[in-house]
Ligand binder design. Structure first.
Ligand code: MG
Length: 231
């Protein structure tokens, strides 16, 4: 489903004097954000060829997720990037399997841990009254403002703006902040977040990897890149 350009509007994310490339927003989930190209200076974390640059969650060995036809599929445990990130803009595409006999958290569950500490949930939440453990939620913490999910077997996107927590004297003086656009719709707008369960064990305020969760369901990923922001 693609909506006409005339129905889209643009939202500019501004950080101080730094204006970022606009992220498109729309009234209903759409395909306009699929295939977004990495901007200049971005780190391509998965371009469709292999899982180079990814390791197992414990760091002991390379990631073993299978890659086929430009897509990597969840399997063999959580994986994380070898590179660490603090303030960034992320683009990622995911595809949830059709699991009609599964329910709730067992239906297409995975997750994207921002800076290794904050889970942006991946789940089949199509058509549901959205909750704080559904797709697009910061797990058990922030409910998306709207359900922007597509049905399973349709490629979906996350475009995320993330700023890590700020420390002074080893203490958190400012929480991490996140904006999330799912399938072209802003579902979380510049909200403070705290670390969620799981992840790579990164402390608040530290740079961390991007971690993808293996929750036992064959969720697919493609076209993942991160652009670091000047802080
Ligand atoms: Mg999850």
């Amino acid at each position: 489903m693609t909506i006409p350009a005339s129905q889209t509007c643009l939202a500019l994310f501004t950080l101080g004097a730094l204006s970022l490339a606009p992220l498109s927003t729309a009234d209903e989930p759409n395909d306009a954000t699929l295939g977004a190209k990495p901007p200049e200076g971005a780190v391509v974390l998965f371009g469709g060829k292999d899982v180079a640059g990814w390791v197992k969650k414990d760091g002991k060995g390379p990631a073993e997720w299978p890659v086929k036809d430009g897509v990597m599929t969840v399997g063999h445990g959580d994986i994380k990037t070898t590179e660490q990130f603090g303030d960034f803009k992320l683009h990622l595409e995911f595809n949830i399997p059709y699991m009609p006999k599964a329910h709730g958290q067992g239906r297409g569950n995975s997750g994207v841990y921002l800076a290794g500490a904050y889970e942006l949930q991946v789940l089949d939440s199509y058509g549901l009254k959205i909750q704080n453990n559904d797709c697009g939620a910061i797990y058990l913490q922030i409910v998306p403002s709207v359900n922007a999910c597509k049905p399973p077997l349709r490629w979906q996107t996350y475009d995320v703006l993330f700023h890590k927590a700020k420390l002074e004297g080893g203490k958190v003086v400012k929480k991490a902040r996140v904006t999330v656009v799912q399938n072209g719709i802003e579902i979380i707008k510049d909200r403070e977040i705290s670390p969620t369960p799981g992840g790579a064990g990164v402390k608040e305020g530290e740079d961390g990897p991007l971690l993808l969760q293996d929750h036992g369901n064959a969720v697919e990923y493609r076209n993942i890149w991160i652009k670091r922001l000047d802080s």
